[in-house]
Design a protein around this ligand. Structure first.
Ligand code: PHE
Ligand code: ZN
Ligand code: ZN
Ligand code: ZN
Length: 286
């Protein structure tokens, strides 16, 4: 799998930050800062050759919320779909750089890297940027609910990325012992990171919308308002008894609230997982 350039991921974050700044300081799903975020991601994907769909959220979302954004790479078996998603909306308190510019930007650079590399594909990859997560996982819930049961059954796993650059963070994986998580865990294990189960995030982000329909899910996270334990500080560094992200849902969730090392490790692990799951590596494995 390729190395995803964390400087390119950070360049997307810089754009999302500027979008917040010119729209009252936030990217809330009901505000212009969200629609401009959608327009940015969409334009970059289209320039790379993706067909991109804006899906208006017509039920269950907050009134005035912008659309989900869906992009599928048009190669590989359409009956075996691996989805990778991140919520693109933020809260009104600030620009939402770790929550969730981080997951959104890592996903975008992974999509662009896939297009640029253009490998032979075994399975299908579909990317999603969700609306209105902050008001109740509403965009992803609408998406999964709106699929026919046939289309839902083609989704073999969903991978979620919400807060992957927490400045006092840890290395957390959703459903860490599941088969869906295996490549995510294998990559972080290869870096010696000793990842742990994402207990803080259980049921609290868009993977839950898929889990409710019995679709296997996993994902990376570095943590929100819960506090780092002394055992975690001993193995990962950082400050014990302090929040993983001290700027969670705050005005200080700006470009300086990004852990570049963590962001790189997650971005590269997404690429590793995507390659393992969907690229034709020529070994005849399925
Ligand atoms: N889903 C939460 C949010 O976007 C983030 C979160 C993730 C909180 C994991 C706790 C645990 O605000
Ligand atoms: Zn990298
Ligand atoms: Zn949030
Ligand atoms: Zn979030």
């Amino acid at each position: 799998a390729p190395d995803v350039d964390v400087n390119k991921v950070k360049a997307h974050l810089t754009e999302l930050s500027a979008i917040a700044t010119r729209n009252g300081g936030n990217r809330r799903s009901t505000n212009q800062g969200y629609d401009d975020s959608v327009a940015y991601v969409k334009a970059r994907l289209q320039a790379a050759g993706y067909t991109v769909t804006e899906q208006p959220c017509t039920s269950g979302c907050t009134s005035g919320a912008g659309p989900n954004l869906i992009a599928e790479w048009p190669k590989g078996d359409a009956n075996n779909v691996y989805m990778f998603g991140a919520h693109l909306d933020g809260v009104s308190a600030g620009p939402g750089m770790n929550d969730n510019g981080s997951g959104s930007a890592a996903l975008l650079e992974n999509a662009l890297t896939l297009a640029q590399q253009n490998p032979a594909m075994r399975n299908r990859v579909r990317f999603a940027w969700w609306t209105d997560e902050e008001q109740g996982l509403n965009g992803s819930d609408f998406y999964v609910r709106s699929l026919s049961s046939t289309e839902r059954s083609k989704i073999k796993a969903y991978y979620n990325f919400d807060m992957i650059a927490s400045t006092n963070g840890g290395y957390f994986i959703n459903h860490i012992t599941s088969s869906a998580a295996a490549p995510m865990k294998a990559y972080w294990d290869s870096l010696g990171l000793q990842p742990e189960e994402n207990t803080e995030g259980a049921g609290r982000s868009d993977d839950y919308s898929f889990e409710r329909y019995s679709i296997p899910t996993s994902g990376y996270a570095m943590g929100a308002s819960a506090r780092k334990t002394s055992a975690q500080a001993a193995k990962w560094g950082g400050t014990a008894s302090r929040a993983y992200d001290p700027c969670y849902h705050s005005s200080c969730d700006t470009l300086t609230n990004i852990n570049t090392t963590g962001l790189d490790r997650a971005s590269d692990g997404i690429a590793y997982t995507l390659w393992q799951r969907a690229v034709d590596t020529g070994t005849g494995s399925t």
